[in-house]
Design a protein around this ligand. Structure first.
Ligand code: PXP
Length: 249
């Protein structure tokens, strides 16, 4: 590796469950995807147990806790139900994300600044249980500061606005979003937060983000699972890994 440390790749397997649930049976099995990703060098597996259970199920989380040898990053909304599930399983990491039932995916970052008190109380037992608590936010200084104040150890910056702008050909907006993330990665790091980035990343958008020196982990799902249909999961991950490593040298 070059001067920068190796980036961790967290593989989000939610959309294997999306395809499974489209037919209501057992296949394709997200646990099988997790095993393959793990064998292919994933540094972690990410799964989002949504309140409406549209993809990952409670049984999937139980299964992941049993089979994984790499850390599970459990994404969840800040609700009592999810807190109880996290406290029962004690995954390596818990990433708090905003959730609206009507959205197709996690469309924005969490409003930490407005809910500081509630969120500080919400994450305290998770930290006490030994989970690393991550907060998924937009690249906004107010939110980074608030995440730090409530006691989060990790911040994951939402890369969706950058990726959407890039893929829609609005390159000036993409550059602006990238600059905001770069600045907030450095700012969060200066506060002592561990910095991650995720959402919407593809082969075309990953390199500039992977080059941020303060970022140590990327979480990537939808695009990798889509590529896996054509290439298989391990080769799809290998290409992402190659691009990530190249950006660090
Ligand atoms: N990180 C977080 C916090 C997310 O909520 C998601 C989407 O569930 C991802 C990363 C992965 O995003 P994508 O599936 O678009 O790669």
């Amino acid at each position: 590796m070059g001067e920068l440390g190796k980036l961790r790749l967290g593989v989000n397997i939610d959309h294997v469950a999306t395809v499974r649930n489209a037919r209501g049976g057992d296949t394709p099995d997200p646990l099988r995807a997790a095993r393959i990703a793990q064998e292919a060098g994933a540094d972690g597996i990410t799964a989002h147990l949504r309140e409406d259970r549209r993809h990952i199920s409670d049984a999937d989380i139980e299964g992941l806790m049993e089979i994984l040898t790499v850390p599970l990053n459990f994404e969840m909304a800040a609700t009592d139900e999810m807190q109880a599930i996290a406290l029962r399983h004690k995954p390596h990491a818990v990433c708090i994300v905003p959730e609206k039932r009507e959205e197709r995916t996690t469309e924005g970052g969490l409003e930490v600044a407005r809910e500081e008190n509630r969120l500080a109380h919400f994450i305290a037992p998770l930290r006490e249980a030994g989970c690393r608590v991550s907060i998924f936010i937009a690249a906004d200084m107010r939110q980074v500061e608030a995440a730090h104040r409530i006691g989060a150890q990790v911040v994951e910056l939402h890369s969706g606005a950058y990726c959407d702008a890039y893929h829609e050909g609005r390159y000036d907006v993409a550059d602006m979003e990238l600059a905001k993330m770069r600045e907030m990665a450095a700012f969060g790091h200066s506060l002592g937060l561990e910095m991650h980035v995720g959402h919407g990343l593809t082969y075309d958008t990953v390199s500039p983000v992977a080059a941020f020196p303060e970022v140590v982990e990327l979480n990537i799902g939808h695009f990798l699972i889509g590529e896996a249909i054509f290439l298989g999961l391990a080769p799809a991950m290998a290409e992402m890994r190659r691009l990530m490593d190249a950006a660090r040298t």
